[in-house]
Design a protein around this ligand. Structure first.
Ligand SMILES: [Zn+2]
Length: 457
């Protein structure tokens, strides 16, 4: 061990050992105190720790108690709350609103896409949720809300249609109404007493337009368009009054005191009058419709009462029997029924009437074919001999000729009734044997009497 380096290190080791030993010896008291102190502190620390653990448990129990009380309160409160189950609609993490029925989800989605005019599948979520009833909105409102959220540059506008023809869109219905009304007020000023409106059907429809859409007009633009292009036709309805005639009615009364075909006015009819109020519609000053609103009677009409003859068979009249025919006139002679010469051409010329005769003709009673006024009764220079002419009204006249001298029973101006005896069959004037020459004239023209005494139909 004579290596100098080893010797040096050994010497240094001894020195260090001596120094450490010396230091331990010197500091022993302090080191022991440090250890003792550390243990004591550990015990103290642990004591604190145990104490706080106890506190923690105590506090935990209290906390749990409070928590359970709160939970119970919340549960009970929930049970008694008015919340109902609903469907929450969410777009892009944002609640858009609540709807009642989840079945409407697809429909709402569809409506919304339609409003936005897109087919793009939008991530609209529908979740089951509970909410207060007042949070529930209609499908339409919800769809509107969705549009606002999805497309903030879209605005709700009011489309204006005249007779189903699209005119424009305005911000809202009131704007459209104000524009139309401004034009209407102008028309009203022209017809202060009339009810003025437009002839066209005006309809509004809400829709979504991009706010920059050029179909969105202002009130002024719509008003100018209506005025400038006459998009609407003004009409005015006025109350018009007048007095008008009310025509009388004719009431028929059947009577056996007259023959069939005879009639007699029992009461003359009188027209009445009434005050008529009409609602008259004008378009461009042209009357297009008149509707009677009411009529007030001023004077009631008086019905005309007419007696119409019902007597059909031959009847006895003061000792003689008149034969009723199916024609207008009764048979003009009593007891004679043979037509010896008809109306029309014959060897003696044109016959303007018919001749009636039979056995013991002379002296048979000649009767008025219908009631009327005797216009002529006397001697004819034209060949009729003793004759009578009767005016029956309505342009009808009858003539009875060749009667016996001094047999005429009526005179001009006298009123006669149907079947009334006016004379007797004779052979006076241009005549070859006792007969009655009978004529019927319509408006002065002699016609075939056969038609009027039931011989020909
Ligand atoms: Zn004749």
């Amino acid at each position: 061990m004579n290596n100098p380096i080893y010797n040096s290190i050994s010497a240094l080791g001894t020195l260090v050992t001596n120094l450490v030993t010396g230091a331990i010896r010197f500091y022993r008291r302090y080191i022991l105190f440090g250890i003792k102190n550390t243990i004591a502190k550990f015990i103290i620390y642990n004591k604190e720790s145990f104490k706080s653990a106890k506190t923690f448990i105590k506090r935990a129990v209290v906390f749990l108690l409070i928590a359970s009380v709160i939970t119970s309160v919340v549960v009970i409160a929930n049970r008694t709350s008015t919340k109902i189950s609903a469907t929450e609609v969410v777009f892009d993490g944002e609640t858009v609103g609540y709807i009642k029925n989840s079945d409407d989800a697809e429909k709402i989605k569809e409506t919304t896409l339609k409003k936005l005019n897109t087919n793009k599948d939008l991530e609209i979520k529908f979740k089951n949720a509970r909410t207060e009833p007042y949070n529930i909105i209609s499908n339409e409102e919800l769809s509107d809300n969705l549009v606002k959220v999805i497309a903030p540059d879209y605005i709700k506008v009011c489309e204006v249609y005249f007779d189903d023809k699209f005119i424009c869109a305005v911000s809202d219905q009131l704007t459209a109404h104000n524009a139309i009304n401004a034009v209407l007020e102008n028309e009203k000023a022209k017809f202060p007493k009339a009810a003025v409106s437009f002839n066209e059907k005006i309809t509004y429809r809400y829709a979504y337009y991009k706010s920059s859409d050029e179909n969105i007009w202002t009130k002024d633009r719509l008003e100018l368009a209506i005025r400038g292009f006459e998009l609407l036709t003004p009409q005015h309805v006025e109350c018009e009054t007048k007095i008008s005639k009310v025509e009388f009615e004719t009431v028929d009364i059947e009577t056996n005191t007259l023959f069939i075909g005879d009639s007699r006015v029992r009461r003359k009819g009188q027209n009445g009058s009434e005050y008529v109020i009409d609602l008259v519609t004008y378009i461009n000053d042209k009357k297009v419709m008149s509707q009677n609103l009411t009529s007030l009677s001023i004077k009631a009409p008086v019905s005309q009462v007419v007696e119409r003859g019902m007597r059909a068979e031959s009847i006895s009249m003061g000792g003689y029997t008149v034969t009723q025919t199916s024609g207008y006139f009764c048979w003009p002679v009593v007891g004679l029924h043979v037509v010896t010469s008809p109306f029309g051409w014959r060897s003696l010329g044109n016959h303007k009437g018919i001749d009636i005769s039979g056995a013991n003709a002379s002296g048979s009673l000649v009767v008025a074919g219908a009631s009327g006024v005797v216009t002529e009764a006397g001697w004819s220079t034209g060949g009729y001999g003793n004759y009578v002419m009767i005016d029956h009204g309505n342009g009808m006249e009858t003539l009875y000729a060749h009667m016996l001298d001094n047999s005429l029973m009526v005179s001009a101006g006298e009123q006669v009734t149907k079947g009334q005896a006016i004379g007797r069959v004779g052979n006076t004037g241009y005549s070859f044997g006792a007969h009655l020459h009978f004529e019927v004239r319509i408006n002065g023209t002699r016609v075939n009497p056969a038609w009027y005494i039931g011989l020909e139909q």
